[in-house]
Design a protein around this ligand. Structure first.
Ligand SMILES: *Cc1c(COP(=O)(O)O)cnc(C)c1O
Length: 231
């Protein structure tokens, strides 16, 4: 793990790049949140982010996050950004402040029931496979309206927006198209259902500038902040 001072420098550098990308797109930099991704790093990664006053962190495994959260008493929001299996729905609702990876009607139903049993309303994002990548999770764009309709009908989920992951590609145009597609899907759904869906979670270390140009409100950054993950 890197030292706190190094982390702090990297956050400042990435933040400056985010701000520049936002300004270049004619957007207010304050409307793009930097979410450190702490998966595969020790609990210190989350503690560092909390010490810097960052709003939230992203984790992609339920069990790993549940264990780390116990070691990080500082106030910061924990968000699930990885695929969620049905049998982990209950623990996920107990562990996370928001789940970004809701990709099926079945999963929305399970999370709704778990949130109800815990007496809470769970903020969620719907994960859409906006890059039509066979290797990625996420609802197909054609299934997005039915998923949104189902999620909006669940009293214990609050749908705040959409999330996507761009396909791995040598060609930067692939990520650009993916992000523009998610933005278009959001605009379409938002109009059709009369609901704002303000959060657009898209962009990672290698492609966040393109995501911000397309309207990202939250970039999920791991490698550029913590270095390579030890797997
Ligand atoms: C790991 C991960 C990230 C961060 O990726 P980096 O390239 O390390 O910045 C972002 N989003 C999701 C869903 C991830 O699993």
């Amino acid at each position: 793990m890197i030292a706190f001072e190094e982390f702090s420098r990297r956050v400042a550098a990435v933040r400056a790049q985010i701000d520049a990308a936002a300004r270049a797109a004619g957007r207010d930099p304050a409307c793009v949140q930097l979410q450190p991704v702490t998966k595969n790093h020790p609990a210190d990664a989350a503690i560092f982010a909390a010490r810097l006053g960052l709003a939230s962190i992203g984790e992609n495994r339920v069990q790993e996050a549940a264990e780390k959260r116990l070691q990080c008493p500082h106030p910061i929001r924990w968000e699930l950004i990885g695929h969620l299996q049905s049998n982990k729905a209950k623990l996920a609702v107990e562990t996370f402040d928001r789940i970004q990876s809701v990709d099926s009607i079945k999963l929305a139903g399970l999370l709704n029931r778990a949130a109800e049993s815990l007496g809470k309303v769970l903020p969620v994002l719907l994960q859409i496979n906006a890059g039509q990548d066979p290797a990625k999770f996420g609802a197909e764009p054609a299934d997005a309206p039915a998923l949104l309709e189902a999620a909006l009908a669940t009293p214990h989920l609050r749908v705040e927006g959409l999330m996507t992951i761009a396909p791995l590609s040598e060609d930067p145009a692939v990520a650009v198209r993916t992000f523009q597609n998610l933005r278009a899907i959001r605009d379409d759904l938002s109009g059709r259902f009369g609901t704002p869906l303000p959060e657009l979670s898209m962009g990672m270390s290698g492609d966040f500038a393109a995501a911000i140009a397309a309207g990202s409100t939250l970039v999920r950054i791991g490698t550029a902040l913590y270095g390579a993950r030890e797997v």
